[in-house]
Write a protein that binds this ligand. Structure first.
Ligand code: G3H
Ligand code: 13P
Ligand code: ZN
Length: 308
């Protein structure tokens, strides 16, 4: 199956009360790990590429790796999505390069400017049949071009106006998640009343949850045990993510958990085998760790196993 857009995936996920996992990709091992997990679970998948990933690996390399993965597993419905597109030019390059979905992230802009920028991308993307995700509200923490000390939660009535006027196809909302490995200092809390209100205000409309890694404590402990210093990393509990997936959230973004799985495993391998210097010796188990973590997530968090 060639790359597909998320329209049908999200419609089925919305109706079925599950979500599609959107996993950040940066290199071959990560792409292979995710795709083999999706194949094992018979699940659709979204591979997402940040501006930073695109700079690191090169858009051409990423697309060729995805092409190779799809040739091997043609049964998996797969979207290639730009994560946190900073401006129109980047979205355009990705659309022109074959991405089937882009995010334009104007969440740092005033409301009217966010609408105008999103609409500019929507006009270009829809002309080429490409899906557009936008963001309203701000997640606390830092990502590539957006830094915010505090959450600015999404207002349901503003969300409706934003979607109507910008024409975006899906909307990332701020309900208390944040990017990275340090999401909560005290108890984890998400504003589910707000999520429900946004869902009601936008019926049959797919919402997106960013900053949704659960930061598995076994990987935190492994990193710390084998020479790392990941401190008191804490993520979103899996039961909260499951609850969001049963509501209007159709796409759940995961990057940090992949980084942790890969790093924990590589650290362990290097400490336990100090004589080893063949990268395949430590990247093979690390790739397997990504696969197992993603398969677990697809099965028990997204709920998208066996939905192809
Ligand atoms: O939301 C941000 C993603 O985790 C991507 O991170 O920009 O460092 O690739 P990155
Ligand atoms: P995490 O940092 O929680 O993995 O979030 C990733 C994300 O939202 C990518 O857009
Ligand atoms: Zn994000």
């Amino acid at each position: 199956m060639p790359l597909t857009g998320p329209k049908e995936m999200f419609a089925k996920a919305y109706a079925g009360g599950y979500a599609i996992g959107a996993f950040n990709v940066n290199n071959m091992e990560i792409i292979q790990g995710i795709m083999s997990a999706a194949g094992q679970e018979h699940s659709p998948v979204i591979l997402q590429v940040s501006g930073g990933a695109r700079k690191y690996a090169g858009q051409g390399y990423i697309m060729k790796l995805v092409e190779a993965a799809l040739a091997e597993s043609p049964e998996i419905p797969c979207v290639v999505h730009l994560d946190h597109g900073a401006d129109f030019a980047l979205c355009k390059q990705c659309i022109d390069g074959g991405f089937t979905s882009v995010m334009i992230d104007g969440s740092h802009l005033p409301f009217e400017e966010n609408i105008a920028l999103t609409k500019q991308v929507v006009d270009y993307a829809h002309d080429k049949g490409v899906w557009v995700e936008a963001e309203l509200g701000k997640l606390a923490g830092i990502e590539e071009h957006v830094a915010s000390e505090h959450h600015v939660f999404t207002e349901p009535d503003e969300a409706v106006e934003f979607v109507q006027r910008s024409g975006c196809d899906s909307l990332a909302v701020a309900i208390g998640t944040s990017h990275g490995a340090y999401k909560f200092t005290g108890d984890a809390r998400l504003d589910f009343d707000r999520l429900e209100a946004i869902g009601k205000a936008l019926p049959n409309y797919p919402l997106v949850l960013h900053g949704a890694s659960s930061v598995p404590q076994e990987f935190v402990a492994m990193c710390n045990k084998y020479g790392g210093n990941v401190g008191n990393a804490k993520g979103v509990p899996e039961d909260m993510l499951r609850k969001a997936a049963k509501m209007a959230v159709c796409k759940i973004n995961v990057d940090t958990d992949i980084r942790l799985a890969l790093t924990a495993c590589i650290r362990q391998e290097l400490v336990e085998h100090p004589e080893a210097f063949d990268p395949r010796a430590y990247l093979k188990p690390a790739r397997e760790a990504v696969k197992n973590m993603v398969a677990h997530k697809i099965r028990t968090v997204m709920g998208s196993s066996n939905t192809i």
